[in-house]
Ligand binder design. Structure first.
Ligand code: MSP
Length: 496
């Protein structure tokens, strides 16, 4: 049988600052999906990377007083270090300053240009030099920048425009006939009503070199560089070696699942499919826009100084706890609030009381009642509780978790795992092994412990994509013929 292919991407992150919780959220979600598919035998390609061109990055470099390439080269290790620390196993890391990417963007531009979908046009507007923003006459009637109140200049530029308008009806048709293309459904509706109610403007895909030199030169006009979004979106195929690596393209395109934040939906759900269509490529399989994390009542921002630094959280609580919390606390697609209090609540409840407790007591009982040897499970010997409440869950758990994850329902997948954990903890109370021991009912004790250990292994397997370190620890303790007892996995945190 030919293994099925799975392709998942994160946005490529701007490198004008250090990575924060928002970046880590999408990357952890993609890592969980990729690990899950890998362990189920899919040929998996998980792509992340960095968006290195454009105004924002150039400005950050200038503020540091270094050249843009030197600046980005200095930031990339911070991203890679964080991903290593968070146990992220990407298959490729694309940087938009790499030659393989630059070549691909120029190829795409050439194709679209030859096809007649790019035209030269003039762009006129009121420009605020310090903010680097264009305003219309209506937006700046008094000729000052609505943001900073400094005078604006009228400038006229020659630029290249991409005929997006030509493909508007095609895109509406595609979204209508592919209900799972844009998710969650609220985002799909948002894009559809936008497209139905507004005529698309053609997209300005160039910037004059004289105004912004940090970008990929247009192959047919050396005085221009490519608009940073046009450049960035192409990463999803440049990393597949488009157009040269036809094998990799055939394997992974158009299988792509693009995970993004809700703020960059329009670029992904409107610009990108139209760019692909103009190139003769199919749109990606799915674009999923998740919500935003905020801290307390406030939006996270550098100027407010409330940016959640993943490294600080990991140092206190551990990598797996951070990964678990982000995906368990808030439905993927909705906004969430990051707070220490809710993190500690999840830690003490789900992790210490439920999971940690089950592992610890199971292993302890195998030591105490079976001299550390794990008894074999013969299902026919199972008692009523195990037969009714545990064995059926054990059988369906892999499919349940897989179905939930295919639906990007991380909470649902974890709840399926926790249903088994809770059933096992109840089983301990029901079976009362200490009484069985007193009464010398050895065979019953063995069945009971075998059910617990088999369950722990199943829990470890389904939990591995979310909490790889924890899953490995569970298997260390309960994966072999004899148990190896260790300290509790999640010692309770007392209220602060
Ligand atoms: N470079 C572009 C993406 C190009 S993809 C072809 C970009 N980069 S970004 O670094 O500004 O943002 C990357 C992602 O981080 C976005 O998906 C954004 O939604 C996400 N987040 C930024 N802050 C966030 C939160 N506070 N919470 C959750 N995600 C947030 O946009």
């Amino acid at each position: 049988m030919i293994p099925k292919a799975y392709y998942v991407t994160t946005p490529i992150y701007y490198v004008n600052g250090l990575p924060h919780i928002g970046h880590s959220y999408t990357t952890i979600a993609a890592d969980v999906l990729a690990r899950h598919k890998r362990q189920n035998g899919f040929v998996t390609f998980f792509l992340t990377g960095t968006d290195e061109h454009g105004q924002k990055v150039l400005k950050a470099a200038q503020e540091k007083g270094v050249g843009p390439q030197e600046f980005v080269d200095g930031i990339i290790p911070r991203f890679k270090e964080l991903w290593a620390k968070l146990d992220i196993r990407y298959d490729d890391f694309i940087r938009t300053t790499e030659p393989r990417h630059v070549r691909c963007v120029q190829y795409v531009l050439d194709q679209i240009h030859k096809k007649g979908d790019l035209y030269e046009g003039h762009y006129e507007g009121l420009y605020c030099v310090p903010c680097e923003v264009f305003w219309t006459d209506a937006q700046a009637p008094d000729r000052v920048c609505p943001d900073c109140r400094r005078p604006v200049e009228r400038i006229k530029e020659t630029n290249y425009f991409f005929r997006m308008s030509k493909y508007q009806q095609w895109l509406i048709g595609h979204i209508e006939s592919h209900p799972g293309f844009i998710r969650p459904v609220s985002r799909r509706n948002e894009v559809l009503s936008f497209l139905r109610e507004n005529a698309l403007n053609d997209l300005c895909v160039s910037r004059p070199k004289a105004r912004l030199a940090w970008g990929i030169p247009l192959p047919f006009s050396p005085d221009h560089v490519t608009y940073v979004w046009f450049d960035a979106l192409v990463n999803y195929i440049s990393a597949l070696g488009y157009p040269d690596d036809t094998k990799k393209m055939a394997t992974f395109w158009p299988e792509a699942l693009h995970l993004i934040g809700k703020d960059i939906l329009r670029q992904h759900a409107v610009f990108w499919p139209i760019m692909l269509h103009a190139m003769g490529l199919a749109p990606p399989r799915m674009i999923f826009a998740h919500g935003w994390w905020q801290v307390g009542e406030e939006k996270m921002s550098k100027s407010r100084g409330n940016v959640v630094d993943p490294l600080a959280v990991i140092d206190t609580f551990g990598i797996d706890v951070y990964r678990y919390f982000l995906l368990r606390e808030v439905p993927f697609g909705l906004d969430g609030v990051f707070s220490r209090t809710s993190l500690i609540k999840r830690f003490n409840g789900d992790l210490a009381n439920d999971l940690g407790n089950l592992v610890y007591r199971s292993v302890t009982m195998v030591e105490k009642y079976c001299a550390g040897r794990v008894p074999a499970l013969r299902e026919t010997d199972a008692d009523a509780y195990a037969a009714g409440k545990i064995l059926p869950k054990l059988k369906t758990l892999p499919q349940d978790a897989a179905a939930r994850l295919d639906d990007l329902d991380f909470i649902g997948a974890l709840e399926a795992v926790w249903a088994l954990i809770s059933a096992c903890n109840k089983y301990v109370e029901e079976a009362k092994p200490w009484n069985l021991k007193k009464e010398g009912r050895t065979k019953e004790i063995e069945v009971f412990l075998a059910v617990l250990v088999v369950s722990l292994r199943a829990v470890a397997r389904e939990l591995a994509p979310f909490m790889p370190g924890t899953a490995a620890k569970i298997l260390d303790q309960a994966g072999g013929d004899a148990v190896k007892k260790a300290a509790p996995l999640f010692p309770r945190i007392e209220a602060e």
